[in-house]
Design a protein around this ligand. Structure first.
Ligand code: EPZ
Length: 432
């Protein structure tokens, strides 16, 4: 049996939790380390599977990668000799595409497997490739890989993205920082992790302006130097615990956050009747006994994040009334609804809209995590449910949440990571 989370719900989550570094920023920073032959030190790096796979790929390529602390890694890419990545290794994570931009930017050549789609949608990378071609790269798809070559080097240009894309924004930045002349990228994503990657590159000597706005301007430089940099706190991990506080009617102080990054989530939880108190680097959420229904539409930052859609939906599933959630970023990010229905969730999905009819309480069941955020949302549901819940396929959750069950246990959750049915049975006997 794969590892599972088993839990007994009913305990309001109370106490303090410390948020780790942002996974979706860390993945871009790790690839960006390729762009210099100097040593780069990255701190506050979350110890999660996606990050560790990216570090392993760097090692595969010939970089020196050393964990110098539980959340600090030093990378020296001077030893990279290999510019193609083998398929088996990297298909496990989506952010492998960042290696295209980084290898192109530094070596003007890259062979990287096309990233797979996943439970939330087809997730094409046409905008990434559009940017690389505009910079002067020949791109062809061969044997499932992106084969990219910029024989005459990369030349600055003007790129207008057809779709607001986090990945394409970061990837084109990686390819353009060492190019000749100036590159302007319009209609870019503005997520905090975009700004973090731009700040990281600028700390290495890049010349990037406008990250966090609709337009990024890059003046190519000859080389980048080493740096020491700390990843920003993870907006989505923080938001997940904010929803856990609301759904469980608990009271959690969430530490090591940037409250500004959480404004859309705070606003929604306040609309639902919860109390949210902002401090300099932490935020407190006090769950209301009665959750009010409301409507949510996921949008690029600073709108409500798509990565918080399952978690807010589970919380709205306990509200007193009807809520409408519109998923405008991905075409199939409601697959968890069938799993939640096994716990009594009353959600109808029509295309990219879900209609949630709030219930008094979920009831425990065995459910599957179908993707990272859906898995976290089902754990929140299990912690609020009557009875015992097991969440399977927790590898998805471990891709983006470090010590998820330990952080929840410290908040009073009766949850355990179990290796097999015998351990699950022991948990059931113990909690009765
Ligand atoms: C990043 O994915 C995140 N992943 C996702 O988080 C997040 O949901 C997403 O951004 C949106 O915020 C990482 O950062 C590793 P996009 P990404 O390009 O970059 C379409 C998580 O839970 N599109 O912003 O792949 C695409 O299909 C994960 O941590 C194109 O059409 O997302 C989608 O509909 C899940 N062509 C929309 O744009 C392209 O070339 C936004 O995608 C690229 C994207």
């Amino acid at each position: 049996m794969e590892q599972q989370f088993i839990m007994r719900g009913g305990h309001p989550l109370r106490g303090e939790v410390v948020i780790g570094g942002a996974k979706n920023a860390a993945l871009g920073l790790i690839a960006a380390a390729i762009l210099t032959d100097d040593t780069v030190v990255i701190e506050n790096l979350p110890d999660v599977r996606d990050v560790n796979v990216m570090l392993d790929v760097l090692r595969e390529l010939g970089a020196a990668v050393e964990r110098t602390g539980s959340h600090t890694v030093s990378i020296c890419a001077a030893g990279i000799r290999e510019l193609s990545i083998n398929d088996e290794f990297i298909r496990r994570i989506r952010a492998s595409y960042y290696f295209i931009g980084a290898l192109l930017g530094k070596y003007h050549s890259a062979v990287v497997p096309l990233p797979g789609g996943c439970a939330i949608g087809s997730r094409p990378i046409d905008q990434h490739l559009k940017g690389f071609r505009a910079l002067g790269t020949d791109i062809r798809i061969q044997n499932g890989c992106v084969v990219a070559e910029a024989k005459d080097g990369l030349k600055g240009t003007h790129i207008y993205l057809d779709v607001v894309s986090v990945g394409a924004t970061i990837n084109i930045m990686l390819a353009a920082v060492l190019s000749e002349r100036k590159t302007t990228i319009e209609n870019v994503a503005k997520e905090p992790h975009i700004v973090d990657v731009a700040n990281f590159l600028n700390s290495m000597g890049a010349n990037i302006r406008g990250a966090g706005t609709d337009t990024i301007r890059i003046r190519g430089v000859k080389r980048l130097h080493g740096t020491s940099y700390a990843v920003i706190p993870d907006q989505i991990e923080a938001g997940t615990f904010m929803c856990a506080a609301a759904a469980s009617r608990g009271d959690i102080l969430i530490k090591n956050v940037i409250p500004k990054h959480l404004e859309s989530i705070s606003a929604k939880l306040v609309e639902m009747g919860n109390t949210v108190v902002e401090y300099d680097e932490s935020i407190r959420v006090i769950g209301s006994a009665v959750q009010r229904p409301t409507d949510v539409k996921t949008l690029p930052y600073p709108g409500f994040p798509t990565d918080m859609q399952p978690q807010i939906s589970v919380t709205l599933g306990l509200a007193r009334g009807i809520s409408v959630v519109t998923e405008s970023i991905f075409e199939s990010r409601f697959k968890y609804v069938d799993e939640l229905a096994r716990m009594g969730g009353a959600i109808k999905v029509e295309g990219n809209v879900s209609i949630i009819d709030g219930i008094r309480s979920y009831t425990g069941a065995s459910v599957n995590a179908l993707d990272l955020r859906a898995g976290a949302a089902l754990v929140i549901a299990g912690l609020c449910a009557e009875g015992i819940t097991t969440v399977r396929e927790i590898g998805y959750i471990q891709r983006g949440y470090e010590h998820f069950e330990r952080k929840l246990q410290a908040l009073g959750a009766e949850i355990q990571l179990v290796e097999d049915e015998r351990e699950a049975q022991k948990f059931r006997m113990r909690v009765g």
